[in-house]
Design a protein around this ligand. Structure first.
Ligand code: FES
Length: 106
């Protein structure tokens, strides 16, 4: 199992346990876990509504590609620890991470 923690907009934290090898993005797992994530673009790095701040475990993640970096650049509230959840695969690199949901609400 892969374990990581999610902090919702109200500060509530919950640890998720996800089976290895499920081949989903963090955005898809968050939506499946009933988090309020719009994901308007369906995971194409075009809407930024899946914006998360990585409070722990940032260095372990795969580096952001150009499309993600370009989209993060357009966000006024993005920080150096910001990522798009749709561009992160849920695998062992997320183990022990802490992700704060930042994207726009529905
Ligand atoms: S779902 Fe649109 S940028 Fe991630």
């Amino acid at each position: 199992m892969i374990q990581f923690t999610v902090e919702d907009r109200d500060g509530t934290r919950q640890t998720l346990e996800i089976p290895e090898g499920i081949n989903l993005s963090l955005m898809e797992v968050l939506k499946a876990s009933e988090y309020n994530i719009l994901a308007t673009c369906g995971g194409l790095a075009l809407c930024a509504t899946c914006h998360v701040q990585v409070l722990a475990g940032l260095d372990a993640l795969a580096p952001a590609q150009d499309a993600e970096l370009d989209m993060l650049d357009t966000l006024p509230d993005a920080d150096s620890d910001s990522r798009l959840a749709c561009q992160l695969r849920v695998d062992e690199r997320l183990e022990g991470g802490l992700f704060r949901i930042r994207g726009a609400e529905q």
